[in-house]
Design a protein around this ligand. Structure first.
Ligand code: ADP
Ligand code: ZN
Ligand code: ZN
Length: 738
């Protein structure tokens, strides 16, 4: 059949392409082969306009007689489907749930090299051995690196990891030998060699009961909430469940928050399980991610610990999914395909028919509600493991108190006492930089971002670099701080308020004899930098100043005082999830104190000591807070008692964004049932960002079904709106903030 042939009844490939268009594209199978069911889930290269794209065959079927003749695809890229069975069906579900094009969902699920059409990565390990010629020539070699390597290989072929230990510079020597035909590189099967697992501590009664419940449910889908106070030993429960999963010959997937995946965590898993543990996170090179993906698909990876995107890994022999810190905001993707890794993990667990274990000291209100309603098993750990005791919490009322860089005299005294007693101190402030605002004391001018603003005011630039630099935390804009006021020319410019930099400066001035270490995104860009900083800090007395990067991760057994400052803004935020986030943060930060056998103390400095959030949290802990907050959500009709979606639009002109949302609202109102509530267009929480005007339309309904039905029916019309061409718009189902 030649290119010009008009119609044919032979089935076509229906290809999902990574384009923002909610449809599939028909192509004739490459090489004029017959399209068949086994093509579904394979990647194909196709012509699209002037470009070539890599897509995935989503379906096959006869040509539409009214459509123009389908073009031929260029190539089928995979001998076997990359997506099949459970993963393929789960991704189709995700596309329907997020109302996103299937092709974009597939692209999100793949590491970059696979997305770009490269072959499935080789997961063999590489080894070196001597050739026949090498064995003969070995004894005659001149002393030196190549000769020493030849000696090493004479003892037997060695894999590259082992050679790294032999001599970090072995590669040059190996190349020299290979050039002379004396040694060669060979692929060997990936070593799944198990070391002897190290025993952990004997489980306490609560941990044992949790493990027993998990093992009893291991034969099928079973969602479980492991609700355990900080330091209660949740990780030991995960490890016991994973060990059982491995013993049954199954794969285990562990999802952790962005900042929770530390080398320390991986080392603990590796040592305790005695098998290689694959890590997947944003800090890995593309090739590394692609290899892990392939190792999962081939069933070679047995335990995978990863951040959000690891939820897309193929699990042909799945046995267990764990989501640690299930409440963590980093599980929600905020752009592109706006999925929630916890929620998608539950969907996959159901399709895979395996238990899904959600762990947290501060469960999300959604998960708590599911546990209360009996949809999840509720496993509780109420005691700290080992000898650790819960910390004492004290509220410091700072109204009318003199403050130094935002720190009260009581707080400073407590810091001094803790240091004198040989303890470590953590001062927590969730605002990095030197100061939140720069103002002119003469005329009242303040530095603000030229590209961003909130409903009431332009957003202030944060002062950095000890006062020399201004930076917008919303769009990233930077400029030098002026020496004189741009309005009045006066020299009375003052930094107002305190960020972590300024607190560090004030504490270093007072407690010069002790080390002061600041941990925030400014000092700790790289993933392993946090570990290195903390390792240098060691166990000796000293002060850590930091943002929520310090709220979890590394164990700090000598931390005896946690001082929390500047939480007051969080008490009065407009976002309906703000109280939940604040309560979680407070409990998690407080949980850092007194982890080992040392008693811990928590100081909470506030202008609002009588605020109900604080008093409930202090009197009844997170459970009491959650109960009160769930009651509020129910009254207000917020999740988990309602289901929401957000249609966002941005444009250079406010009018364009609003016109689009008004038209979208009309389309939704036409097809939605009476239970669908539409609110807006309203300005976004940050109505102007990076020079764009931003507005949103809020959809909500008591039942998920009503929300999705309206979206299914209205979205084709919304895509086709003439107003849509003048804006950037996106849909977010289950938005993280409003
Ligand atoms: P969580 O994740 O619940 O905050 P971890 O699992 O990190 O707690 O455990 C906290 C500390 O308690 C760790 O140092 C861990 O080794 C220790 N631990 C856990 N279980 C036990 C146990 N049964 N006996 C003694 N120590 C334990
Ligand atoms: Zn001025
Ligand atoms: Zn800005």
């Amino acid at each position: 059949m030649s290119d010009g042939t008009a119609q044919s009844s032979a089935p076509l490939w229906r290809v999902a392409l990574p384009l923002p268009l909610p449809r599939l594209f028909d192509y004739r199978p490459a090489g004029d082969a017959a399209a068949g069911a086994d093509d579904v889930g394979t990647r194909v290269r196709v012509p699209f306009g002037q470009r070539e794209l890599v897509g995935v065959v989503a379906d096959t079927g006869p040509a539409d007689p009214d459509a123009p003749a389908a073009k031929p695809a260029l190539a089928r890229l995979d001998p076997e489907p990359l997506f099949h069975g459970e993963l393929l069906e789960s991704l189709r579900w995700l596309a329907r749930y997020t109302h996103a094009p299937l092709g974009e969902v597939f692209a999100t699920a793949l590491p970059a090299p696979l997305r770009h059409g490269e072959p499935l990565a080789d997961t063999h390990a590489w080894a070196w051995r001597l050739t026949e010629a090498g064995r003969t020539a070995r004894e005659g070699l001149r002393a030196g690196r190549p000769q020493r390597l030849a000696e090493r290989l004479h003892a037997g072929a060695a894999d590259e990891d082992a050679l790294d230990l032999h001599d970090p510079d072995w590669r040059a020597a190996a190349r020299a030998l290979a050039k002379r035909g004396l040694a060669e590189r060979v692929a060997v099967p990936a070593a799944a060699i198990a070391a002897a697992p190290q025993p952990g501590p004997a489980l306490n009664a609560e941990q044992q009961a949790a493990v027993d419940a998990i093992l009893a449910a291991r034969e099928g889908f079973a969602p479980m909430l492991l609700d355990g106070v900080t330091g209660s030993g949740k990780t030991e429960v995960y490890l016991a469940a994973i060990a059982d999963c491995l013993a049954r010959g199954r794969q285990a997937l562990v999802l952790v928050p962005e900042i929770g995946l530390t080398p320390q965590t991986l080392a603990r898993f590796r040592a305790r399980l005695g098998v290689p543990v694959h890590a997947l996170h944003s800090g890995l090179a593309d090739g590394e991610r692609a290899r892990t993906w392939a190792a999962c698909l081939r069933g070679e990876a047995r335990v995978i610990v990863g951040t959000r995107s690891a939820v897309f890994l193929p699990m042909p022999q799945a046995g267990l999914i764990v989501i640690d810190e299930e409440h963590d905001a980093s599980f929600k993707q905020l752009d592109g395909i706006r999925y929630h890794a916890r929620d998608f993990a539950l969907v996959r667990g159901k399709a895979l028919d395996v238990p899904v274990l959600l762990g947290s000291a501060t469960p999300s209100l959604e998960s708590l509600r599911n546990a209360q309603a009996g949809r999840y098993a509720h496993l509780r750990l109420q005691q700290r493991a080992g000898a650790a005791r819960p910390p004492r919490v004290r509220v410091v009322d700072v109204r009318k108190r003199p403050l130094d860089a935002g720190l009260s005299p009581e707080l400073i005294d407590s810091v001094g006492r803790a240091l004198d007693a040989g303890g470590q101190v953590l001062v927590f402030k969730n605002r990095r930089g030197y100061a939140p605002v720069l103002i002119c004391h003469d005329c009242g001018w303040s530095a603000h971002c030229h590209r961003c603003s909130t409903p009431t005011q332009p957003t202030p630039m944060t002062v950095h670099g000890g006062g020399r630099r201004l930076q917008c935390h919303h769009c990233g804009a930077r400029r030098p701080a002026p020496n004189a006021c741009p309005d009045c020319g006066g020299l009375a410019l003052q930094s107002q308020g305190a960020g972590t930099e300024r607190i560090e400066e004030a504490l270093a001035a007072r407690f010069g004899q002790w080390p002061v270490l600041r941990i925030d995104r400014g000092t700790t860009q790289r993933r392993d930098a946090l570990e290195q900083h903390l390792a240098q800090f060691g166990q000796a007395p000293g002060i850590l100043v930091g943002t929520q990067m310090l709220a979890k991760g590394h164990d700090l057994p000598n931390l005896t005082l946690v001082a929390v400052v500047g939480i007051d803004e969080g008490l009065f935020s407009a976002d309906f999830r703000a109280p939940e986030k604040l309560a979680q943060l407070l409990i998690q930060v407080a949980g850092r104190a007194g982890r080992a056998d040392k008693a811990g103390e928590v100081l909470l400095q506030t202008h609002h000591p009588e605020h109900p959030l604080l008093s409930t949290l202090l009197a009844g802990g997170y459970a009491a807070f959650a109960e009160a907050e769930l009651a509020q959500r129910e009254l207000a009709g917020f999740p988990p008692y309602a289901h929401m979606a957000l249609l966002r639009a941005e444009a250079k002109q406010t009018e364009a964004a609003e016109a689009f949302l008004r038209a979208a609202r009309a389309a939704l109102a036409e097809v939605g049932d009476a239970s669908l509530e539409l609110n807006g267009p309203v300005p976004a929480p940050m109505p102007r960002r990076a020079g764009y005007q931003r507005a949103q339309l809020i959809l909500s309904a008591p039942e998920r079904r009503a929300l999705h039905a309206a979206l299914d029916r209205a979205l084709p019309a919304i895509h086709a709106l003439p107003e849509a061409r003048k804006v950037r718009w996106s849909l977010d189902v289950d938005p993280a903030d409003l």
